[in-house]
Design a protein around this ligand. Sequence first.
Ligand SMILES: [Ca+2]
Length: 454
Amino acid sequence: MASDGSMISGHPMSRRRWLSTAAAGGAAMLAPTLLQGQTRRRRPNVVLIVADDLGSTDLGCYGAADLPTPNLDQLAADGIRFTQFYVAAPACTASRASLLTGRHHPRILHYGVGLEREEVTLAEILRSEGYRTGIFGKWHLGVGPDVSPESQGFDEFLGFKVGAIDNYSHYFYWGTGARHALWKNDQRHAAPGHYFPDLVTDAALGFIRDNQSDPFFLYLPYNLPHYPLQPDPATATRCAGIEDPARRRYAACVATLDDCVGRVLRTLDETGLRQDTIIIFLSDHGHSEEHDSLGGGGRSTPFRGTKGTLLEGGIRVPCIASWPGHLTAGGVRTQPVPSIDWVPTLAGYCGASLDGLAVDGLSLSGLLASAAAAPTHDALHWVWQKGSAVRQGPWKLVAEGLTDVHLYNLDSDPGETTDLVSVHRNVTQRLIELRKQWVRRLSDDETVRRWYGG
Ligand SMILES: [Ca+2]
């Protein structure tokens, strides 16, 4: 997914150079405050909560009446809910990489390794402004020391770096054998028997309490409702009445996630930090129907598609933004919004400069302030494996390779059921041309050439 390309130009300055420049700027900014002893208005905290494989409409506030999600529903009631929010890719790593950098994923991933060491994350951007940074949960942007959370701007880390673990033994099960996968900062960490969602929520609450007097960035990528489907047993009883066993297992995992988010929200209330805290919640992509998800259970109704597809059910996700006193309570935004816009938006709210960084996202501050604001981008783009998609206005082109092309009108056909290629040939050609232009611009990027083996 990407913008219309207007911001795609040039390469970012080297990471080391940007960080040293930012550090000098941050120190210059802080010095007068310290010297004059003035009380400056507190900069907002940022709490970024990511669900793992949560379906496009799988919250009560998105119409899923059978899922008990009171805390996330309340968060939406207290803030702004997006109805056309798009992640960068229908898979974990690419989606998270773009979310944390504000850049198109083909530019920033070293395939098989992780997020490029040179990329500058939101954690680095905010830390350069004096923020304390913590990640508790699933990293999944690389396992080596050069691509670990601590090398990408996080002061504190508790969690795992791979795609999925057992929630009690903390072992990774994919590949050729089981391996212990729990880390605390740069060290292996043993906590056998401790339920992982509770472990990371406890760490998050400690982080909030420890940083009450200074701004912080708390990144909470939960591993729920991702398989293995291991909900909190007590929470699961609340979903016992759901007839379909796959939906029941999935619902219990979503309810467990909602309980964890509720604990974070209560702690922000108890510490008096809620008014000073921007909370963003989103899913990393649509629900899974992979073999290990035991029949799925997630839904994207009225959309079609799942994790791994560029149909709406793969890339359109729930997203909520809350900042009491700053963002309208109970607001709804219907404009198409890409996840790359959060980095410039949050950097702006936190007073952080992006000078020298070639960020592809655009600030949502105008759109958050006004429901009538124009969309931030003229067109959105996605590329995933051999597939690609372009959205402009109501039109969406979905292609597999260069010749298998489909056109849908999302206003009249959100389920992407009626292919209009033969009816609207001009629109089809226009979107194909937009895709060509975008790929051409991306192809100038060295990382993209590596991604595609060019
Ligand atoms: Ca995922």
